[in-house]
Every structure is written in C-alpha cells, then in structure tokens.
Write a protein that binds this ligand. Sequence first.
Ligand SMILES: *Cc1c(COP(=O)(O)O)cnc(C)c1O
Length: 470
Amino acid sequence: MRDGKTQAELYRQIPNVDDLLGRPHLKELAGKFGRALVLQTAREVLETIRSLIPRDAEKAANLLQPEKLEETIMEQVRQALAPSLRPVINATGVILHTNLGRAPLMASALRHLEATAGQYSNLEYDLAARARGKRDVHTAARLASLLGAEAAIVVNNCAAAVLLVLHTLARDGEVIVSRGELIEIGDGFRIPEIMAASGATLREVGTTNRTRLADYEQALSERTRLLLRVHPSNFRVVGFTERPSLEELVDLARRRGLPLFEDLGSGCLADLTAQGLREPEAKRSIEAGADLVAFSGDKLLGGPQAGIIAGKRELVNRARRNPLFRALRVDKLTIAVLEATLGAYLRGAWDEIPVLRMIRAKVEEIERRSRNLISRLQAAVPPGAAEIELRPGNSVIGGGSTPDQCLPTVLISISSPIRSAEQLTQALHAQPVPVIARVESDRLLLDLRTVYEEQEEPLLTALLHVLRTA
Ligand SMILES: *Cc1c(COP(=O)(O)O)cnc(C)c1O
C-alpha cells in the first residue's frame, strides 16, 4: 500500500528516545515512576513501531503521532505496574477451586500474618531459653493435639510431604501401593512419578478396581520398606470394587514390622458428616494406627498452601532430619497463617474458617441472598435485557475431594436475548473485580455459596454493567 519512500519517512519520524523522555508528559511520568522503567518502556514501544512499519505502515504512522505515542507509553507503564495477582469473585460454587487459589484464608489468620511478618518475630528464637529455636514449634503442638499424633512437621505442600516421606523411609527399597490408588492430581502430581523422584521403587499390587490384603502380603519381600495407602481424591471407582480397610493394612504392617503411610490429600480436621460428606479425617487414620499421614493445608483444612506430616515421633523426626526437609520447609508467612487457622480448630470456631463456613452454609440462607440479589438486578436491568431466575443445583467441594460429593444449593441463572453466555462471561472477566461463573446450556449460573456477603455489592455492579451494555 505504501511505497518505500513513505516507509523511509516513517523511519525518520521515529524520535530519539532521549528527546522523547524530555517531553513534559513523559518527564512527569519518569518523575513519578522512575526514569529506568519509562526509558525501557519507551524503547520497547519504539521498537514495536519500527517493526510495524514494513508490515502496516498506516498503523505505524498512527502510533507515531506525538500524542498517541505518549499515551501508548503511559498506558504500558501503567500496565507494567498493575499487579498481576488480583482478587476475583468466585461465583462458581466450587469451594476449593485450584485455579482461584484454593482455600481463601480466615481474617484473623491474616491479622496474625500482618502482625508477625511485617516486623521481626521469634520464628526461630526460643524466648524462654534465650537460644536458637526451631520454626516447627509454632504449629507442632497444635497439630499433635488436633490429630492425636505424637509429632507433626510442615512442608511446602502435600506433594512435598509425600516426596519427603518416601525419600526418608524408602529410597533404597520398595513401596507397595494398590493399582487402584495410582492417581494423578492436577498439575502433574502422579504417584508413580513422585515415587521415582524419591528414589523408591513402586511395587504395584492388585487391579484397578479390586485389591485384596493377600495381594499386599504376596508382594512383601526383604526389599519392602513401606506400605502406602493413597486417598483416590478426585476420582471414584464404582461397582465391583474391593480395597482392604485401613485397619487390615495396619495389622499387616505391624505383623511385618513395616511402617504404613497414608496420603490423605484433603485431610479433614472437622466432622462434616452432618453435611453428608465422607471425607477422610486425619485424626481417624492416626487412631486406626497409620504410622504417618500426609495432607494439604489449603484443601479442606482451609489454611495456607502447606503439607502436613504427622504420626509416630521416631518417623517424623527421621523426615525432619532428612536434608530434603530444608529444601521443602515453609516460611514465616505460612507458619503464621497455619498457626492461627489451627487455633480456630482448637477453639471449635469452624465458621471462622471460610471453607468450612461455605460448606456448612444452609441452602435457605443461600436462597435468601440469591432472591435479594435477583430482585435488585431485576429492578435495575432494562426490561427484556435479561432472563433471570432461580434454580436448584449443586455446589462442589473441589480440591481433590471425592467428586460425587455435592452440596445442594440454589443457582442464579442469567441469559441475555442478544449476547451469548460466552460473551457475558468475557465481559464479567473484564470487570474491575472479575467475576467467574459457570456456563451451562448458554446460561450463566451463579452460586452465592462461594461469594462473600461483602462481595455482593461489587457482584451486583458488575452484573448490572454487563447486562445494561448487553
Ligand atoms: C491434592 C493431593 C495431593 C497434592 O497436594 P498439594 O498440597 O496440592 O501438593 C497429594 N495427594 C493427594 C491424595 C491429593 O489429593
């Protein structure tokens, strides 16, 4: 479209970067955010325009207009400084949503974090003994008492906990696992691979759907170091199935003088049977005689990302002395939040923990909030701009909890005569506080179970904005 001469003119129009930074607006920008960032951004913008000239001279010419150029640089500086990690409104009804940060943290845990991490703390200083201490003490006693365990330590996440235990107890030998428990959790946690990384050899027994105690017995040899039991977490085999009970495995392990280690995944510290949930309680496994258990801090526990290892003191101490522990240990941020969250369990204050409060929320309460939101929406949306109704549905626990365990809820269903649910979703994601909802049969479905009451106002604003401009 443009001839070479015009292109040459455009190249000549590209300003010298120092002259550019001398322009009043950019000078002001550099004064505010530092010359280095503005200089680097200006260079990048000029480079982009330069490479655009041979491909789209018209666009390049447009971008080279002095005002446009300054605007582009200012916008890119603002983008570079805007945080990438942002709050969102989770209206999906998936309580432990791994993409949305799993467990949201309790308010008093965040206050404890702020009070201890914003200044110096006794993280590894024993004030009573006036000597160097261990960071483990801040959570160990609480975990031991809540779990009825002799000892407990904390590492970066449950994957790290499993790796550390396997490496400590079995790196030179075999670990027996049922074929029905060779699971993969999201983002690449696979039992066979973590086993290989630990140096232990996986000895699979049984079949996908049926494994008997005799299968374990037949696989035992002088190379066996550990019996591993894994909670199947995010999948379930139904129908013709069999799996030895924990008690039977404990009995076998005792007879052979071997430790039994259970990877619980989402080890639960609260009794949720009233909510119809059958989640493995970490305390029950220890009571039943598991020598070690491991579970996540940010699944049903409702705390920070962490992996908890609890059980027999001698075994926990061996894991603690493994040099790998140093590489997998948690920082003061995790310890502060975990200590406070465990404190809520000690006080029996389950509803202070957002995950438990959401699981225990009554469907009548969710319905009342939903009706209220719907009537405010309907009052403000132009007639005919949207079809909004209530319908029954299910919330999902998520985070590797058994997939067939759902919580009855009510859903706000929204559809627009002129925009697809996909387009509405896109618009909701672009709001100042992005809203994440479910889409089903071209309708948006919102579950207030996972929406905080104080988020209802921004949620309403976002929905109104999207539906009014629909
Ligand atoms: C979720 C899960 C893990 C991994 O836990 P992270 O804390 O995410 O590392 C390991 N094992 C089981 C059984 C799980 O469900």
